[in-house]
Write a protein that binds this ligand. Sequence first.
Ligand SMILES: NC(=O)c1ccc[n+]([C@@H]2O[C@H](COP(=O)([O-])OP(=O)(O)OC[C@H]3O[C@@H](n4cnc5c(N)ncnc54)[C@H](OP(=O)(O)O)[C@@H]3O)[C@@H](O)[C@H]2O)c1
Length: 254
Amino acid sequence: MLSIVLIGTGNVAQQFYAAMSNTKGLKIIQVIGRNKKKLSPFKNCPKTATDYKYLLNADIYIIAVNDDSIATVSQYFKNKPGLVVHTSGSMPLSILPESVRRGVFYPLQTISKERKIDLTEVPICIEAEKIEDYDILRELANTISAQVQIITSEQRKLVHLAAVFVNNFTNHLYHIGNELCNETGVPFTILNQLILETAKKATQMPVVNAQTGPAVRNDKLTMKKHLELLNNEGYREIYSVLSNSIQKTHEKKL
Ligand SMILES: NC(=O)c1ccc[n+]([C@@H]2O[C@H](COP(=O)([O-])OP(=O)(O)OC[C@H]3O[C@@H](n4cnc5c(N)ncnc54)[C@H](OP(=O)(O)O)[C@@H]3O)[C@@H](O)[C@H]2O)c1
């Protein structure tokens, strides 16, 4: 049985809690959060605390706080014998204090507390400093996911950057599409099948071959009309930067 203390009360902490608290072989013995009210989703946990002086001994400490606070929060674990991991895609393992057994437990998915996700399908990227700690991280990861991968801090930096492009930036482009639909009174849902097919193509064929649209066809007139239709200067810039990037990628064809 692996005993776990979860630190943080946000998106990742809530989804990990849901997935780990009813799992055979794991026991979340404590959740620590700095805001008492935000500990309410964890009321069934044996112990919750706002103060690190009540920190229990555990096999694993999962620090699921925002990236900028990991270094500060991890100082509280300096004298603990358990394995201390953070859940960030962009922070190196070395952000944790040298004096602890340290590791990374990064779920490669967009995670919101409002939306329950099936963690069994989420790749869990693990990293440990000591070889023997991989066993414990693998054991933990295998209980919640069918996709566990060892990824170094160097690799994770770029994987996370790729994730920002395919998820965060894409979502912002959905937002722009939503605004344009709102301007015309046509519901954004009219684009649902297009969004789903784009994602399916990206997972089922080489993405470079999946590109369609005016930029790859070099339809200059259409691109000019699109730029005229956009009354937001920032969105015009995004349109031009992305169109130029598509054309550069496909310049042999054009
Ligand atoms: N969400 C995702 O899609 C996702 C996916 C993979 C990995 N991650 C990683 O998981 C970690 C947590 O992300 P999240 O989305 O769960 O963040 P979040 O929802 O914003 O939650 C952050 C948590 O950190 C706490 N916190 C912030 N500063 C703190 C401090 N100085 N001391 C103590 N607690 C502090 C917050 O407390 P308050 O509520 O009181 O501010 C909150 O409980 C990050 O490292 C992130 O990179 C996130």
